[in-house]
Design a protein around this ligand. Structure first.
Ligand code: SF4
Length: 146
């Protein structure tokens, strides 16, 4: 089997990167991840992709290199723990813009464990299409404004 060729400095890459918190334990983390994906769907992969958050502090070379090459690095977090922003900063990067859904679109965090044993619902019932839309618009604005 041919060896996989990893990305190296100087190769083509996405113009910008988003790093999303994607916490599946709450509505806020789910909304963050879904909104980031919607933003990529709308803008296209040449303009933006979702960076591998867990790879950054591990020093995974192609991910670190693509982050260095990105014109803009936008972090998107669901709640004030700001896991994505802090992880990106711990890896030595300064986000161009940091979005926090509880702060910037007024989302109220709902931890999903609270409903276990008392009417837990299907996972997507905890996600509001309106919140995803609002978050997506903020992300697109951060990526497209000067
Ligand atoms: S920022 Fe909040 S919602 Fe996102 S992963 Fe961290 S704790 Fe979960």
């Amino acid at each position: 089997m041919p060896e996989e060729k990893h990305w190296e400095e100087g190769m083509k890459t996405h113009e910008n990167l988003i790093f999303s918190c994607f916490g599946g334990l709450s509505n806020t983390g789910l909304t963050s991840a879904l909104a980031c994906l919607e933003a990529v769907k709308e803008l296209g992969l040449e303009k933006v992709a979702i960076g591998c958050l867990g790879a950054l502090p591990l020093g995974v070379k192609p991910v670190v290199g693509k982050t260095k090459a990105a014109k803009k690095v936008v972090t998107v977090d669901g709640c004030p723990f700001e896991c994505a922003r802090k992880t990106v900063e711990q890896a030595g990067f300064t986000p161009t813009r940091s979005i926090v859904l509880s702060r910037d679109i007024g989302m109220k965090k709902k931890a999903l464990h609270e409903d276990i044993g008392g009417g837990i619902k299907p996972v997507m019932d905890y996600v509001s299409a309106e919140d995803v839309q609002k978050a997506k618009e903020l992300i697109i604005k951060a990526l497209t404004e000067d």
